[in-house]
Design a protein around this ligand. Structure first.
Ligand code: AMP
Ligand code: MG
Length: 393
């Protein structure tokens, strides 16, 4: 049995890099930027007023000083002339500051009377001008790789980058296996249950930005499994669910081997999720997840998402973790890394008492997994533990 870190490293080695594609800016949010983007202009492209007021020579901005208002500058409508001594231009936020002006006096500090304006307040010395290029210069870059936030997209737009180079979305095929499974909405027989983690994983993957293909449930026989594998061809990742432990009905490894899956590892020293299998079939990575709902979902967070991040060009690393104080004590951990369903609040974290890997309701109440290292001793209230939050992908 290999460790979680070794298994993850193995998956990183198996995972192919996703090609780069260009998408319109309006669809770039959440995608992984594949190459640095360079500003195609500077911002602002001219010295711009930061306020509504009057543009004039800073040297003349004294309380009581009076000016002739010679014109107006608004956003998108520059004033073409020059501001001379004793003159001012009515100006609005975002307008180019006219030649000859070196400050904008706030309109609250001015009194207007026809063509004349008098400074009635006391200007605080601020120029209220955004110098040209003070946001970014021509050629300034947004570095890659990075997941594009809404703020990044706004920046790219301002840089006039209409087509954004991003990693192609990974295609992930999901194969559920088992004679006992039916699809949600169907009527199960007396000895059947609903395929649940298939849909949980699909939701997880969609949130991440993957393209998912839910294939028909494969029954527990070689022909059905081989058919499922053949339907999954072309996917970047083929995820099988269930049938991964060694039992009469666990045929996934056998079916995969017959089709040429080169197995890279089988079994990881963790709880839940021990019977995890990985390999390659042609261009696809095959990831065999355990069937137990909680195991499948936990393995999705611990292995599948980090692998997809690496495929998209992000650093090869396990999912982000944080630390929090325990609100309830924990017993000693055994010989496997334990991912315990837990609830974290600003005060601290509590691992649930029930950790059976079949319990989906406990999982749905959890918002984090406490990570217990191998051989971790008992932990008291207040001790800091490492955890993986669910909300961060
Ligand atoms: P297996 O690995 O096939 O032995 O499955 C382990 C347990 O997980 C069994 O109780 C299965 O019924 C259950 N299981 C397998 N696949 C799924 C699935 N897609 N959704 C819900 N439960 C499943
Ligand atoms: Mg099964």
């Amino acid at each position: 049995m290999i460790s979680v870190d070794e298994a993850l490293q193995n998956l990183f080695d198996l995972a192919p890099d996703l090609a780069v594609e260009h998408v319109p800016l309006a669809r770039a949010g959440g995608r992984i930027l594949a190459q640095p983007c360079h500003a195609r202009r500077m911002q602002p492209p001219f010295a711009a007023s930061a306020m509504d007021g009057y543009a004039l020579d800073a040297g003349a901005a004294q309380t009581g000083a009076s000016f002739e208002v010679i014109g107006e500058a608004a956003a998108g409508h520059a004033f073409d002339g020059t501001v001379g001594p004793g003159q001012a231009v009515r100006i609005f936020t975002g307008a180019p500051v006219p030649e000859g002006a070196s400050m904008v006096v706030l309109q609250e500090d001015c009194q207007r009377d026809g063509a004349r304006m008098t400074i009635t307040g006391t200007p605080d010395g601020a120029s209220n001008i955004r110098p040209a290029g003070s946001d970014f210069q021509l050629g300034d870059s947004l570095p890659a790789p990075r997941r594009l936030s809404p703020m990044d997209v706004a920046l790219l737009a301002a840089m006039n980058i209409a087509q954004v180079p991003v990693a192609r979305r990974p295609v992930v095929a999901l194969i559920s296996t088992g004679d006992e499974l039916v699809m949600p909405g169907e009527t199960p027989g007396p000895d059947q249950i609903i395929a649940s983690n298939t849909f949980g994983l699909a939701a997880m993957l969609q949130t991440y930005g993957a393209e998912t293909r839910i294939l028909p449930i494969a029954r527990d026989n070689l022909e059905a499994l081989q058919l499922a594998f053949s339907l999954a061809q072309g996917a970047d990742v083929i995820v099988t669910i269930g049938g991964a432990s060694v039992g009469d009905h666990d045929l996934v490894a056998k079916a995969g081997a017959a089709l040429g899956v080169r197995q890279s590892f089988y079994k990881v020293s963790m709880r839940p999720g021990k019977p995890l299998m990985a390999g390659r079939l042609g261009q696809s990575v095959v990831l065999g997840l355990p069937g137990n709902p909680v195991s499948a979902m936990v393995c999705g967070y611990v292995f599948l998402l980090p692998m997809l991040r690496k495929m998209a060009g992000l650093p090869a690393a396990h999912g982000p973790t944080r630390r929090a104080p325990l609100l309830a004590p924990l017993g000693a951990n055994g010989a496997r890394t334990h991912y315990m369903r837990a609830h974290v609040t600003p005060e601290g974290i509590t691992a649930f008492a029930r950790q059976d890997s079949a319990l989906l309701r406990v999982l749905a109440e959890a918002n984090a997994l406490v990570i217990r290292p191998i051989g971790d001793p008992p932990r008291a209230v207040g001790e800091m533990v490492e955890y993986m939050p669910f909300e961060s992908e």
